[in-house]
Design a protein around this ligand. Structure first.
Ligand code: ATP
Ligand code: MG
Length: 315
């Protein structure tokens, strides 16, 4: 493909992660808005070959639940420039911050969950890959209120998800117990991360926050966990019982959380990977039945419109 620096006009910075930055750009010849991500890579030949393989898979992904990939090019200084579909409403971590003291509507959470699981199923079923980095900043919302996965990687090179590096720089961790223990990593580890994310979005609380602490923690606070905190946290994920929202009270509405949702989260957060369900199984769960037939489409579309207004993004 023929994407190149000189065709891209920079519009604004969308955010910076631990490994690179993302810009909203306009591709002049194609008259198309895109998101451009720069990732630095290892100069070893083997990694380069791996990356090319990975880019090919990304190019072949076609799913309404996966962010569209337009192309990539290498720069001389060991960086690769990736161009992908620009998602107007941004990532879910930002949405959560915008809501600040409101919960995500249950309909939105259901559609979000259905989209993540469908995306995971697609990646595995069609391309035999697992995502490896499910977290709120890697789930994006389009102007129509669709949720799509981005930043999945076949190798670790493009995903930024080298376990240890991630652990020590990240602000929170979505890693499954089996992954922390260095065991086999499967698609079910992504289910764990999805469950944790849902817990956090539904409650506004970090699953691992101190129950005594009355204030907001997790994605809605900027509190960064330092290296000392991280080791303690990893130990808790492995040794403690899984977090659950069942019979707990919503800090905003003071009502008990929807019990079907709580049970669904519990299914994702089964500690023993062998007994945890796969995305395919979870998609059959009665909790998501109504999503599959489009029950919430209109509602979520309206919600996306409100978000866009707040963000001043027009289409
Ligand atoms: P990490 O580096 O730990 O993966 P991250 O996912 O936040 O963290 P990036 O992947 O570099 O870091 O993304 C930075 C931000 O850019 C994201 O949080 C998201 O809000 C925004 N972003 C990324 N891709 C897109 C896109 N295609 N459309 C719109 N916004 C995007
Ligand atoms: Mg990301």
């Amino acid at each position: 493909n023929s994407l190149k620096d000189k065709d891209l006009v920079h519009l604004k910075e969308l955010g910076a992660g631990n490994y690179g930055s993302v810009l909203k750009v306009f591709h002049v010849p194609l008259q198309k808005t895109m998101a451009r991500k720069i990732v630095s890579i290892d100069s070893k030949l083997t990694t380069q070959t791996q990356i090319i393989r990975e880019l090919r898979i990304m190019h072949e992904c076609r799913s309404p639940h996966i962010v569209e990939f337009y192309g990539a090019y290498l720069r001389s200084n060991n960086t690769v420039v990736l161009c992908m579909e620009y998602c107007n409403c941004g990532s879910v971590d930002k949405l959560a911050n915008m809501l600040s003291d409101k919960a995500f509507p249950l309909s939105v959470l259901k559609v979000l969950l259905f989209s993540i699981l469908s995306g995971l199923y697609y990646l595995y079923d069609t391309h035999k890959i697992i995502h490896r980095d499910i977290k709120p900043s890697n789930v994006l919302m389009t102007h129509r209120g669709e949720f799509k996965l981005c930043d999945f990687g076949v190798s670790r090179e493009l995903t930024n998800s080298v376990a240890l590096a991630d652990t020590f720089v990240g602000t929170s961790t979505y890693m499954s117990p089996e992954r922390i223990q260095g065991n086999m990593y499967s698609i079910k580890s992504d289910v764990w991360s999805t469950g944790l994310m849902l817990y956090e979005l539904a409650s506004g609380l970090s699953p691992w926050s101190d129950p005594e602490a009355g204030h907001l923690t997790g994605i809605r606070s900027s509190k960064v966990i330092g290296p000392e905190g991280i080791l303690d946290l990893l130990q808790r994920i492995v040794n403690e019982q899984s977090p659950s929202l069942l019979n707990k009270e919503d800090q905003f509405t003071k009502k008990i959380f929807d019990s079907d949702m709580c049970r669904f989260i519990d299914k994702c957060l089964v500690k023993d990977e062998e007994h945890r369900l796969s995305p395919q199984d979870l998609l059959q769960d009665p909790f998501l039945e109504s999503v599959a037939i489009g029950t919430f489409d209109k509602e979520v579309k309206c919600w996306a419109k409100l978000i866009r207004k707040q963000l001043k993004e027009d289409n």
